[in-house]
Design a protein around this ligand. Structure first.
Ligand code: 5GP
Ligand code: ZN
Length: 112
């Protein structure tokens, strides 16, 4: 079982900020911004490059949750970024799709 499936099943600890039947959101263990939360589906999906129409509903829920996390963290006015990395060139290290919610500082664009 992958590491994020273990987080979803509470088999390894995480600082959870939001959870429902379909998804879990928790603080990144190695934050790169003052707010750095990951939102994952409870269902194992390897990456955004692997999704099909059947994943559309849960993917939409991940983005709505990202907005809710940003609101709860007070980021709606200052701004925030959502990121999904896929594959080697994007630096994906955990092969269970996850949305990064980043904020609390000025974020450079384009990213490196
Ligand atoms: P990726 O580079 O795949 O887009 O992002 C994976 C993220 O997961 C990284 O930011 C990394 O710090 C985070 N991460 C990896 N393992 C764990 C873990 O066990 N717990 C938590 N909370 N975050 C993790
Ligand atoms: Zn998984």
């Amino acid at each position: 079982m992958c590491i994020f499936c273990k987080v979803a099943k509470k088999e390894i600890p995480a600082r959870i900020v939001l959870e429902d039947d379909d998804l879990v959101a928790f603080h990144d263990i190695n934050p790169v911004a003052p707010i750095h939360v990951l939102v994952i589906p409870k269902q194992h999906i390897t990456g955004i490059g692997d999704v099909t129409d059947e994943h559309a509903l849960v993917l939409g829920k991940l983005l709505v949750a990202a907005r809710r996390i940003a609101e709860d963290a007070g980021l709606l006015q200052s701004g925030f970024r959502v990121v999904i990395n896929h594959g080697q060139h994007a630096g994906q290290t955990v092969h269970h799709v996850h949305v990064h919610v980043l904020g609390g500082r000025l974020l450079a664009w384009p990213p490196g």
